[in-house]
Design a protein around this ligand. Structure first.
Ligand code: KIV
Length: 304
């Protein structure tokens, strides 16, 4: 903007919450967009109001746009892409380049369809463990590819990394419980935090991640009671469960699982939303509705 146009622009309008219009012509909610952009502030507000947050993975432009049109709040470009797109047996071999590529595909799909979902991208194994600086460089790649937030796995040692990223303007989602990148160390895809010591550790790690500034926290395959207790403990961070019962602030599923397509065995915590749906968008909409009204997951059928 030139200095004369800046002078002519007049006062920047602000809404009731005192938020000004987006600067630099970045219209964050264009007039024909069907719903408002989901932001970290909006996620925090949903958590505070008790509106459940529906998160779904997607890895390409079209599925991302369809998920967005179905009302999904956050789209996660998970490193599960290594398993569902690339055919690997774990997420360990996923590269930063693969994450950057799929994040960009999803971001472009959302931009083209004027999507509103918050885009979360996974930092892959080997690209944040060495140092805060390595994590920052990797996060920059994903943010520049279009992510609004990055996710990383693990507790304790990750706290200082989360703080480092958050202080530098990168929203972060933590991931505790079953952390697939360290499946070898965990001895398989099994429920975590069953014994008291392990449960206390997960709870303490969750608290530390919130203090470090994590906006969201995925809890994967932990007992429903533990996930609910962590959720109650949180004052700002939104817990997102997967195989963690219905007491979390939101839910996430891998898209292929909830569409009933899986090369292996379907995990207990999944519901096939394609059953009874006419098309993929209806299946996504049914997922969003079931998360929002609390009917999915069912603690008896989908949790421990
Ligand atoms: O990689 C992934 O898709 C994930 C979600 C299932 C939480 O981490």
């Amino acid at each position: 903007m030139t200095s004369s146009s800046a002078r002519n622009a007049g006062p920047v309008p602000s809404d009731a919450a005192g938020q000004t219009s987006a600067p630099y012509g970045s219209n964050d909610s264009p007039p024909d967009r069907k719903r408002k952009q989901v932001t970290t502030a909006r996620i925090a507000d949903m958590r505070a109001r008790g509106e459940r947050i529906a998160v779904l993975t997607a890895y390409d432009a079209t599925f991302a746009a369809v998920a967005d049109a179905a009302g999904v709040d956050c789209i996660m470009v998970g490193d599960s892409l290594g398993m569902v797109c690339q055919g690997m047996t774990t997420t360990v071999g996923v590269s930063l380049e693969a994450m950057r590529y799929h994040t960009k595909c999803v971001a472009q799909g959302l931009a083209r369809s004027q999507g509103a979902a918050l885009l979360i991208a996974d930092l892959p194994f080997g690209w944040y463990q060495q140092s805060r600086e390595q994590a920052m460089a990797s996060a920059i790649e994903l943010m520049q590819a279009g992510a609004h937030m990055v996710k990383l796995e693990g507790g304790g040692w990750t706290t200082e990394i989360v703080e480092f990223l958050v202080q530098r303007g990168i929203p972060v989602c933590g991931h505790l419980g079953l952390t697939p990148q360290t499946v070898s160390a965990l001895g398989g895809y099994r429920i975590q935090g069953r014994e008291k010591d392990a449960a206390d550790r997960v709870q303490a790690d969750a608290r530390a991640l919130e203090v470090a500034g994590a906006s969201m926290l995925v809890l994967e395959m932990v007992p429903a009671q533990l996930a609910a207790s962590i959720t109650r403990d949180m004052t700002s961070c939104a817990t997102i469960g997967i195989g963690a019962g219905n007491g979390t602030a939101g839910q996430v599923l891998v898209m292929h699982d909830m569409l009933g397509i899986n090369l292996g065995r379907m995990p207990r915590f999944v519901r096939d939303f394609m059953k009874g749906a006419d098309d993929v968008q209806s299946a996504f909409s049914a997922y969003v509705a079931s998360v929002k009204n609390g009917s999915f997951p069912h603690n008896e059928h989908h949790a421990w």
